[in-house]
Structures are given as C-alpha cells and as structure tokens.
Design a protein around this ligand. Structure first.
Ligand SMILES: [Cu+2]
Length: 311
C-alpha cells in the first residue's frame, strides 16, 4: 500500500517536471513546437469587449513574436468561466494556445499597468455592427450583382452562378488564426466533397479574399491547391479595394487592416438559385453538414426532417 502511494507521488512529480520542461520549451521556442501540434504564447493586451454568448474576448494585443504583429483580434476561450470578472478596458496577460486547426485563450489574468495597450491605427474605418447589419442584404432579398477576378485571372460576376446554390465566404490567405480563415477553407473543402456527391453542377462555392493588396489570382490559385479545391465548383476571388468593400458590405463583414494583417469577423452566406439570400452564418460555428442540409433544402425543398433520415 505504502509503495503504491510513493509510486503515485513519484509519478506525479515526474509528470509535473516533464510538463514544466515542455511549458518552458514552448515559451522559449514557440516555432519549434509546431511538430507537436501546439504552440503557446504569453501575450499582453487590453480587453476591448467581452462576448459571453460567443465565448470570445476582443483584445488589442502587443506583438506576439514569431506569430502575429500587434493588432486587435477576437480570441475564443473554451472555458466560459475564464470570462468571469473581465470587462472592457481591463489590462490582461494571457496564454494563447495555437494548434494546427484551433486557437484559444487557456489562461488569463488582469494586470495592473500604467501603460495601457494602444490600438494600432487601423488603415481603414468600418461601420458599427448595428450599421453593418442594417445595410447588408437581408434574408429573402436579392443579392445585387458584383464583379471580381477569379484565381485564373478571369472576370466573374455573382450573376454567372444564377440557377445554382452559392455558398460565399470571406478569407485571406495570410490569416494566422487556425479557427478563422483556415477553418473556413477546411470546411469548404469538406462541403465541396459532400455537395459534389449530391448536387453536381447545381452549386458553387465562392471564397472572396479580403486582402486585395496581397491576394492576387496567382496567390489564390496556390492557396486553392492547398485545399484541393476543384476549380469547377469552388471559385476563389479577389478584386481591388473598392470591389471587395462592396461585396463585404452586402454581407455585413467586418474587416480592418492592421499592421499588414486583417482584423476581421466571419460571414458565410447561402444564396439561392434565384439570387436571394437564404441564410447567413456570422461566426465559425457552422458545420459542412449543416450547410449541406440547407443547400439541399434550398435546391429540393426537402426539409431537415427528411434529410435527417438519410444524412
Ligand atoms: Cu482570417
């Protein structure tokens, strides 16, 4: 019995030692840990807003060496209890965990400091959420036509896809947060697989870049290959700043350039074959299955109940 206890304590001590070495290693060599799948960063910032329903904190943070310049970003927490007692204006120190397909705040504490983190001067201004919501296309309304350039350098219009269900989302190829743009593209890749089996030639996926400075057709073409996109039913599109602004405005996207990267939220729209807005997802909380189900409803009129029997 005694031996068992001693062994347990020994085990626990060894584990603690190993974990602290790993933690130190993470902190000193964040990029070296990419192979293991998780990197952690100690970040200093100031809270701009707390969104309890989305379990998200909007934080203006200082530069994260080897990862991200200083900017204002929404960061998710997995544990809602972490949000308790936090409010806009608080100076905080937090631990950001980044894996290949996720990122989140694992620990956060308020700190007292005389030098609050100043927001980076945004290169453009954007409307408030309320105004964006009021000015975007509403559900059931026709989405006005727009012009962009695809990954092959061809001019495209939304109206080219009339008669098909169009799923439109926004990305930019340099996005560093795995649960933002990379997740959208990963989801679209799965969605393409699902839809191509069920609705060949009756749907179109459209990923619009919000980074007109960097995402040229060539860059988008390389990015599309990374996600095994089939050019036939998945278009990547870019345009000049005005063209992008127009499309973003139609869907109510928030995006602001900061230090060369883009602070943004997520918007994914389903547009029916008649050109009307059917549904709008405003976060990353949607699954390819859910969108497939809505595309099916849109194209066939079959309701979810029918779909559930035969997913
Ligand atoms: Cu992004």
């Amino acid at each position: 019995m005694k031996l068992k206890i001693v062994l347990t304590i020994l085990c626990a001590l060894t584990l603690t030692a190993v974990l602290s070495v790993v933690a130190l290693h993470h902190r000193n060599h964040p990029s070296a840990m990419a192979i293991a799948g998780a990197r952690t960063f100690e970040v200093h910032g100031q809270i701009r807003s707390v969104d309890a329903s989305k379990k998200t904190l909007r934080i203006t943070h200082e530069e994260i060496p080897d990862y991200m310049p200083a900017m204002t970003m929404p960061f998710p927490v997995k544990n809602a209890a972490l949000l308790r007692g936090l409010a806009a204006g608080d100076s905080v120190q937090f631990e950001l965990v980044v894996t290949d397909d996720d990122s989140w705040i694992a620990r956060i504490e308020k700190i007292h400091t005389d030098t609050p983190v100043e927001p980076v001067k945004a290169e453009q201004t954007t409307l408030s959420l309320q105004d964006r919501e009021a000015e975007r296309v509403q559900i059931g309304e026709i989405v006005p036509d727009f012009t962009l350039t695809d990954q092959n350098g061809r001019v495209i219009h939304l109206s080219d896809f009339r008669g098909k269900a169009v799923v439109l989302t926004f990305i930019y190829t340099r996005c560093p947060l795995p649960n933002f743009c990379p997740l959208m593209s990963k989801n679209f890749s799965q969605l393409e697989e699902r839809l191509s089996a069920e609705f060949t030639n009756r749907y179109q996926l459209l990923s619009v870049s919000m980074d007109s400075d960097f995402d040229t057709p060539e860059v988008l073409k390389e990015y599309a290959a990374r996600y095994n996109a089939n050019a036939k039913d998945w278009t990547f599109a870019t345009g000049d700043a005005e063209q992008i602004k127009l499309v973003a405005g139609l869907i109510g996207l928030y995006y602001v350039k900061e230090n060369g990267l883009i602070s943004h939220d997520l918007r994914t729209a389903l547009i029916g074959p008649d050109g009307r807005l059917v549904h709008l997802w405003k976060s990353n909380v949607w699954t390819p299955y859910e969108v497939q189900r809505m595309v099916r409803e849109t194209l066939t009129g079959d309701k979810y109940v029918a779909a559930q029997k035969n997913p």
